[in-house]
Design a protein around this ligand. Sequence first.
Ligand code: IYR
Length: 327
Amino acid sequence: MDTYELLTRNAAEVVTEEEVEALADDPDGKRAYVGYEPSGVLHLGHLLTANKLIDLQDAGLEVVVLLADVHAYLNGKGSFEEIRDTAEQMKEQFLAYGLDDDQTEFVLGSDYQLDDDYELDLHELELATSLNRAQRAMAEIQGGETAKVSHVVYPLMQALDIEYLDVDVAVGGMDQRKVHMLAREELPSLGYEKRPAIHTPIVGDLGTGEGKMSSSEGITISMEDSTEDLEEKVNSAFCPPTRDPEGDLVNPVLELFQYHVFPRFEEVVVERPDEYGGNLEYDDYEALAADLEAGELHPADAKGALADYLDELIAPGRQRLRELRSE
Ligand code: IYR
């Protein structure tokens, strides 16, 4: 796979293709980052962007993971102390999941976001940005409650992070795109360069295929799930083998194969007893999706394999969480 393909595979959007092509031409020493509001337990939404970070590391980029404690505080996620405690757990889970210890820098937002120069730049951005613009940038990140002043400061800080962490590309889910667009527009007015962004898709709820998997309703999969939990959740997932009236394959089981399993495993084996045709082996997602659609692969067999692979992916993080909790 060439470097551009590795940087952009499974992305929902690349801003802009030319800028990311330039990165792909000369990836050495370049830095990419994702920021996360610390939370005690990772879920598949976190792991989707982590998969992109692993792609970027494989392409030779350095990766910065921002544990955005101040952002979580501004977004009403608890006391500052509680948030700081979960940041360390989050780091440990990412390392267990497969981010390379030597190639990943973990930074706490509060390590630099409370400094004078950052604060003054933030105020300059506050002066330059309309309330309306900041609120729109924040709409998909903020939980539904009434917007507070903190919710309009948040996206401006996120824009500044790109400069202060000295990164060459920002990575995030599609829910972060308006913040990255605001950053591209506003950073130059402070004399800073605009940087490209790579956005990953938002995978739908397992039960319906709609909405965000990380949302509080619906079925989510997390680092805490036992093997049995995973089997149960995957088994109850929506998995229509055919297209909807619009011609789209709305199928969360396939999405999980595409975004979580194939990027991390060279080959996927669906085990079947000989009397049902024996094992099926796939090198890529398209072949598996085609077999499901054609009826060659039964949804129940696909689900069984999916639960096994997800279990393998989260097992090290689940183990690490147990150790941390018993300390
Ligand atoms: N807005 C993110 C968290 C976040 C991301 C980045 I990139 C930052 O620089 C700061 C915060 C979220 O929704 O989790």
